[in-house]
Ligand binder design. Structure first.
Ligand code: BTN
Length: 255
């Protein structure tokens, strides 16, 4: 059914026509000792979860709604690297399979023509300094037409089809995604973060541009130069310093 091109990723696929959230199912499976590389995929989700407690709209056959269970032998502090890795994989898949030119907006939104096409939700279960498991949730909008998005996200959200005028069958996209993810993951485990960092930066939205950052007490303008190993945004300030930014409101100036 899946025609996989992978060695270990997705060798166990749990498929649901309807799920509340593949993320929830993945947590449950992981607690019940599901193997590294187990994949949960749904045709639709009735309670898809986004970052920061938001909802994720997951209409039937309109996109990839998937969660991957990983058991990497890395420290919890290195876990953000997996999210950055996932973003580069999604950007690769979109560029390989479609004519769209994706960018990655820090920390991990996939954009096409400045609008969000895919998002990543990474959740980790760790005890002391050992990772029990990491669940990487991937939501990619593929076949929505513009009017199929809820009004609340209409100006910010898009799909591959809306931006390229081409419908994409979901299964080949999933095959490519799992293939590219496995390659990137194996490379990461073997060679570390530097290849991912370079690739992430090559896709980065507005890299080299001046951005405005609002943190707790201050507002700064600085040049966005890249991403750090711990997932922080790197900026270069006027007085010649490089700083890390972990969160805060960011204004992405128009070029
Ligand atoms: C974001 O807010 O940008 C992240 C969205 C992640 C959505 C995916 S869809 C598959 C998986 N299951 C969920 O409930 N959420 C993630």
């Amino acid at each position: 059914q899946w025609g996989l091109k992978t060695e270990w990723l997705g060798r166990n696929i749990i498929h649901r026509a309807t799920a509340d959230s593949t993320q929830r199912i993945a947590h449950q499976a992981a607690r019940n000792n599901a193997a590294h590389g187990t994949v949960i995929v749904a045709d639709e989700q009735t309670a898809g979860k986004g970052r920061m407690g938001r909802q994720w709209n997951s209409a039937k056959h309109k996109g990839i709604w998937m969660s991957i269970i990983l058991r990497p032998a890395i420290t919890p502090a290195a876990a953000p690297q997996l999210t950055l890795l996932t973003a580069t994989v999604l950007a690769d898949v979109i560029s390989e399979v479609t004519i769209a030119k994706p960018t990655i907006k820090w920390p991990n939104d996939l954009l096409i023509n400045h609008k969000k096409t895919a998002g990543i939700l990474t959740e980790m279960q760790a005890e002391q300094d050992r990772i029990q498991y990491i669940i990487v949730g991937i939501g990619m909008n593929v076949n929505h037409t513009a009017d199929e998005f809820p009004v609340s996200v209409k100006n910010k959200a898009t799909s591959v089809k809306s931006e390229t005028a081409n419908e994409q069958p979901i299964v080949p996209l999933i095959q490519q995604l799992l293939h590219d993810f496995e390659q990137a993951y194996d490379d990461f485990i073997e060679h570390g973060f530097s290849n991912i960092k370079n690739k992430w930066e090559s896709y980065a939205y507005r890299i080299g541009d001046t951005i405005r950052i609002q943190t707790n007490h201050t507002e700064i303008e600085a040049v966005f130069t890249g991403v750090a190993e711990d997932g922080a945004l790197l900026i270069h300030t006027d007085n010649g310093e490089t700083q890390k930014v972990y969160s805060g409101e960011i204004e992405w100036f128009h070029g």
